[in-house]
Ligand binder design. Structure first.
Ligand code: F6R
Length: 370
């Protein structure tokens, strides 16, 4: 069943080109127009919403955080991302004009189910983004957009995460299209870029994996790892840290790189491993330069800097102990690539320590209690 891989996690990491491809499949026509007919939600309702709130837990919540950057940019609708268990037990401002997006691989996470129920009681519409057909969250939602990642067996989420980001992007582009936003042509271009992602992930697996395996083995005894990123790289950093905590039982934190000087930089001393997710040079504003200067800051304090950067980015070399290159893409698509080396790193480090990567201690695949 593991298809020749040493673990389900390894297999599922390798399933990712297909998981992304399948999640895109059949969802837009040749003219590049999205058709999400499966959603069965009144278009007028979608046109009238004035806020989106994503509710989810763990890795699924990080997918929501990535999507926030994209959906706000494309749709100009405010997007909040809230941990389902926090949302449920405060008094959130939610009404008929709020669209709730509940993201869950299993569809059975009790915290997220309770958030969905709470939101619907306030009159909000709920769209589920889910990987498990017919599970509780889709059944209790107004509409569902399935991720087609296939069954995910390993406890740590990998291919579900990438598919969740893709499904959220489709939803965002659909809303933009529906609300008649200016950028018809831009939507077609974005969809075209999305379709190149499976082969780019495949290239990371074919050409970049060995380097990451080596890196993980060399760091088997590391005591703590910090992950830094800006913009969409920030939730990617947190996802990288979560994978390392749950699989390798190592203390790890993901920070927004800009937050460093507000406290976390005090953690840096000689030899501290810091993994930095660098945005594309061709991307937004001065984001790239800002991250480079964050690398310099930690480097100057003795950090061991591992940099995830776009192919062709030579600027990062000077400040990096090691660079892991991923194929070129747009700023918003980058998480679909930069996450992959972080998954491999956590998996291999755990394996090097002799741990069971499919069944980490104290964790269950779906958390059906609050
Ligand atoms: C991390 C992980 C968890 C889940 C979370 C939500 O690798 O797997 O953080 O993402 O428990 O689970 P679902 O998506 O099933 O609601």
């Amino acid at each position: 069943e593991k298809g020749g891989f040493s673990s389900f996690m390894d297999k599922e990491i390798h399933d990712q080109p297909q998981a992304v491809g399948d999640t895109l499949l059949g969802r837009f026509d040749t003219e590049g127009k999205l058709s999400l007919d499966e959603m069965h939600i009144d278009e007028n309702v979608l046109k009238s919403i004035d806020k989106i709130v994503v509710v989810a837990c763990g890795t699924a919540a990080y997918a929501g955080q990535v999507a926030k950057y994209a959906i706000e940019h494309w749709c100009r609708i405010p997007v909040e991302v809230e941990l389902a268990h926090e949302f449920r037990y405060r008094d959130p401002v939610v009404n008929e004009k709020t669209l709730i997006v509940a993201i869950s691989q299993s569809g059975e996470t009790m915290d997220t189910i309770m958030a969905v129920r709470h939101a619907r009681q306030q009159g909000a519409k709920v769209i589920a983004i889910c990987n498990t057909f017919g599970s509780t969250i889709p059944r209790e939602s107004d509409a569902v957009l399935y991720t087609h990642a296939g069954p995910e067996i390993a406890v740590a989420s990998t291919k579900a995460f990438l598919s969740q980001v893709v499904a959220c992007y489709l939803l965002g582009l659909y809303l933009a299209q529906l609300r008649g936003n200016k950028f018809r042509d831009e939507i077609a271009l974005i969809l075209k870029e999305l379709q190149t992602i499976p082969e780019k992930i495949q290239r990371i697996l074919d050409e970049g994996k060995d380097q990451v395996l080596e890196l993980a083995r060399r760091n088997e005894d590391v005591g703590s790892v910090l992950f830094l990123g800006r913009h969409v790289g920030y939730p990617v950093a947190m996802e990288g840290a979560l994978k390392l905590k749950e699989l390798a039982y190592i203390h790890a934190e993901g920070f927004a790189a800009g937050e460093l000087k507000h406290g976390p930089i005090a953690l840096i001393d000689d030899g501290q491993l810091v993994i930095i997710v660098v945005p594309s040079k061709r991307g937004r504003d001065s984001l790239h330069a800002k991250v480079i200067s964050n690398i310099q800051e930690v480097r100057a304090r003795g950090a061991n800097t591992v940099v995830i950067a776009e192919e062709g980015d030579e600027d990062v070399r000077e400040f990096a102990s090691e660079v892991i290159y991923v194929p070129e893409t747009t700023t918003l698509m980058a998480p679909l690539l930069t996450t992959v080396p972080l998954q491999i790193f956590a998996m291999e480090l755990a394996t090097a320590k002799g741990l069971d990567v499919d069944q980490p201690r104290n964790l269950a695949k779906s958390v059906t209690v609050e």
